[in-house]
Design a protein around this ligand. Structure first.
Ligand code: ADP
Ligand code: MG
Length: 399
């Protein structure tokens, strides 16, 4: 789960990281009012979306007056901000953050990530802040400083000082840098984050170390341990199909094709998508219903796949180990009775209780296309989708 910049700053501030004073606004009037409350002479209005690169896309504006704040936030509200991280559809702006402008002397890149090869939290920093890390590693790879944290002892102050020295931070600010790094590390570990990024971390003209931007990704599987963090979720920033799926405990990724897939197991789901492509079709989604799927869960998966208007055929592919084919078959039948699915449905079952499953499908009298192998299932799904789509076109032409 991603959270907004203002939320990540609140979180980091609780762990001792210095951030600029700021306030959230839901309207241009409120933004101008917030700036007056904050005081000062110069502010920055920042669109709150779950993506970086806002500065270049018009989502960060420096303002010198109430009226400028009003105009800048009016332009942001309701727009879909398209940055290199959002995809072409962009992300809607429904909140802006107003903060005091900071006199920047230097911008530094700071990121904490889970490094899979060392199986440790890794701190990545660069004196070339302001640029995205991808750009830094392409253009200035030598500027990147890395430090791995031993989990048994945690991040040591000497490691923080080493990072500070490598970044060329002057002696008077090293202690603030230690505090910042320790704060980010504690936030990362205590809240089960998978990423904390402060880009830029700035050194100000008056010798302060401040997190000017903040991004944080939390591990979905650990959210149950942090109810207060779960509340920070903002569904307006998520793919609606994916947030519906996560509400239902299903593992779903939306795609652009038109053959909906209901599969158990991530590996089988990937193989099913590949086979559909091989047969000449395009999958509409990745969906792993998991092990031990009850009929209700299968029916939920059907509803979810059907809520995608691009779906023109549904392929159910189950290899039952822990799952039971009879339960899955019952789920398919239940869903098709409840929802009146008028799309071709192709079902391939294998494994535990497969005979019972096939019987349930056969006895239901529903127009289910049954397949024995994955290849056959994919081919029949593509075939059925083609026939159905052309049927649609001729119907439309006839009207
Ligand atoms: P993004 O990474 O989405 O583009 P940032 O929050 O990093 O957004 O802001 C982009 C740039 O805007 C920063 O690199 C910094 O130069 C400037 N900026 C952002 N916030 C402030 C601030 N409070 N004071 C001064 N400059 C700021
Ligand atoms: Mg940034």
């Amino acid at each position: 789960m991603d959270i907004h910049e203002y939320q990540a700053k609140e979180v980091l501030a609780r762990f001792g990281v210095a951030v600029p004073d700021g306030a959230l606004a839901y309207s241009p009037e409120q933004a101008a009012y917030r700036a007056r409350e904050l005081g000062g002479e110069r502010w920055v209005v920042k669109a709150q979306v779950h993506a970086g690169g806002r500065g270049k896309a018009g989502g960060v504006k420096v303002c010198d007056s109430d009226s400028e704040i009003h105009a800048a936030s009016e332009a942001m509200f309701g727009m879909r901000l398209v940055t290199h991280q959002t995809g072409p559809q962009g992300k809607g702006v429904y909140r802006v953050y107003v903060e005091g402008a900071v006199p920047i002397a230097r911008e530094i890149y700071l990121g904490l990530v889970l490094d899979r090869s060392s199986q440790r939290v890794m701190i990545v920093a660069s004196a070339e802040g302001g640029m995205e890390i991808e750009e830094i590693s392409a253009r200035k790879p030598d500027s990147i400083v890395r430090a791995v944290v031993e989990p048994a002892v945690g991040l040591r102050d000497f490691q923080c000082r080493q990072i500070a020295f490598k970044l060329g931070i002057e002696a008077g600010m090293v202690q603030q840098m230690v505090r910042t790094l320790q704060g980010c590390y504690r936030a990362f570990t205590e809240l089960d984050a998978t990423m904390v990024e402060v880009n830029p971390l700035v050194l100000t003209e008056d010798h302060r170390v401040i997190a000017l931007d903040a991004k944080m990704t939390l591990d979905d599987n650990a959210l149950f341990r942090h109810p207060q963090i779960s509340e920070l979720r903002d569904k307006s920033q998520e793919d609606p199909r994916e947030s519906r799926a996560s509400d239902r405990g299903l593992n779903y990724v939306g795609l652009d094709g038109n053959i909906g897939c209901i599969v158990n197991g991530a590996g089988l789901a990937m193989a099913t998508m590949d086979t559909i492509k091989l047969a000449g079709g395009e999958p509409a989604n990745f969906l792993d219903i998991g092990g031990g799927a009850t009929p209700e869960r299968v029916a939920k998966a059907f509803r979810l796949v059907l809520s995608d208007k691009n779906v023109q055929a549904i392929l159910v592919n189950i290899f039952a180990g822990i799952n039971r084919c009879d339960w899955v078959a019952e789920g398919v039948v239940q869903a098709m009775r409840d929802i009146e699915i008028d799309l071709p449905v192709i079902v391939r079952l294998a494994g535990t209780n497969v005979e019972e499953g096939q019987k349930i499908l056969a006895k239901s009298g529903l127009p289910i296309i049954r397949a024995k192998t994955l290849n056959e299932a994919a081919n029949r799904a593509v075939e059925a989708w083609r026939n159905d789509a052309s049927h649609d076109v001729t119907m439309r032409a006839a009207l």
